[in-house]
Design a protein around this ligand. Structure first.
Ligand code: AMP
Length: 382
């Protein structure tokens, strides 16, 4: 198997694809988890005498240069963490060079194979070998993720190796009961994974904004909560499928509602059957959180993606906190999937070490669990 250890990097220029897609507010990085997770591979390459050209992306600039999506703050943080000079774009002889947001060039994400290949060849001109370590982007058929590794000797970095090892265990031989907890804003993002996981898991707990499409599918009034109406028929099928497969589907029994989507909106606790028509659900209620925690703690393997409520607003963070706490008490493997979920648990005061494994890729880890072939992993022979 391809490995970083067997890749000849001494004295070479290494193109290292990282996932440095960190949350930045007013130029300040609010969670540097993905930068931290990239350090082992970078340090290893430096120790072995390579010079490194890092390619990464930030957000979705859609082929345009957007100053708020510049990687400049990331270059600065990387320099602090590594203790070696990091040049941004092109300057003089630093040992690490970070390229500006690859997605400022529309060819990076193009659906046109030729366009992507031309960009990949341009990037290939900067380096002798390729190391792929940007797990959060491996589900994308992008130039720097999929096309570039085919153009030169390549290997996966330590982060990708670690991610794949954990997720492989979850897909191939999870200790049972195996539970999945899903939240976040959109059902449409996760419908594929829910459908696919129903044949693999014993327990599925659903909260967050996406749960209201489930509640609507069971005929409940959901007020002005987030809903994807066109998915209601599909969600009805999913609920029936869970039943026929014997999967325990855990849905909330109480909801914290508020008149509007804001931190200062007045929270009211209501039973799930009594959501007022002019209010929206912004968190699962305390009884639900207890139910979720009980279900989670019975499991030997738990995968969690997506907050249970609008955790960014303290009045609506309890559900996410209780679920995170339950994960820390599981006697088995726990995986928190996704940069945003990881940032959420850190923002709520948990440490990475409280969980079995924190995956840096949300979409990527979900697609891996779905059983999909991920272009960026296939390109690295994984
Ligand atoms: P995702 O990126 O799909 O994991 O969604 C994460 C976002 O979902 C977070 O920013 C939460 O604030 C948001 N969210 C969670 N619960 C709700 C809810 N009940 N209504 C609206 N947004 C929510």
């Amino acid at each position: 198997m391809n490995s970083l250890a067997s890749l000849d990097v001494a004295g070479k220029r290494v193109f290292l694809r990282c996932d440095l897609n960190v949350p930045i507010m007013n130029g300040v990085i609010t969670d540097d988890g993905r930068i931290q997770a990239s350090l082992p591979t970078i340090k290893n390459l430096l120790e072995r005498g390579a010079s490194i050209i890092i390619g990464a992306h930030l957000g979705r600039p859609k082929g345009e240069v957007k100053s708020e999506l510049s990687l400049a703050p990331v270059a600065k943080r990387l320099e602090e963490l590594l203790g070696v000079s990091v040049d941004f774009i092109v300057k003089s002889n630093a040992s690490v060079l970070l390229l500006e947001n690859l997605r400022f060039n529309s060819a990076e994400t193009s659906k046109d194979d030729t366009e992507r290949l031309i960009f990949a060849k341009e990037l290939a001109g900067y380096a002798d070998v390729y190391v792929g370590d940007g797990f959060g982007a491996v589900h994308r058929k992008h130039a720097s993720v999929f096309d570039l590794p085919a153009l030169m000797p390549s290997a996966p970095g330590f982060l990708i190796q670690a991610e794949v090892e954990v997720l492989k265990k979850l897909t191939e031989s999870p200790d049972r009961p195996y539970g999945v907890v899903l939240g976040g804003a959109k059902v449409s993002d996760k419908i594929g994974v829910i459908s696919n996981l129903l044949s693999k898991v014993d327990v599925m707990a659903i909260g967050g904004g996406m749960v209201f499409t489930f509640l609507a599918a069971t005929g409940k009034e959901i007020g002005s909560s987030l809903v994807e109406k066109e998915l209601i028929p599909t969600v009805k099928d999913l609920i029936a499928d869970a039943k026929s497969k014997g999967v325990t589907l855990v849905l909330p029994s109480d909801i914290v509602v508020a008149p509007e989507f804001s931190a200062s909106s007045k929270p009211t606790l209501v039973p799930v059957d009594l959501i007022p028509s002019n209010q929206m659900g912004l968190d699962i209620g305390p009884d639900s959180a207890k139910d979720f925690a009980r279900a989670i703690k019975k499991c030997k393997t738990v995968f969690w993606n997506g907050p249970m409520g609008v955790f960014e607003f303290p009045n609506f963070a309890n559900g996410t906190k209780v679920v995170a706490q339950a994960l820390t008490e599981v006697d088995g493997i726990t995986v928190v999937g996704g940069g945003d979920s990881a940032a959420a648990v850190r923002a709520l005061g948990f440490n990475d070490s409280d969980f079995g494994y924190i995956s840096t890729g949300g979409g990527a880890s979900l697609e891996y669990l779905e059983g999909k072939v991920l272009p960026g992993l296939a390109a690295l022979g994984l």
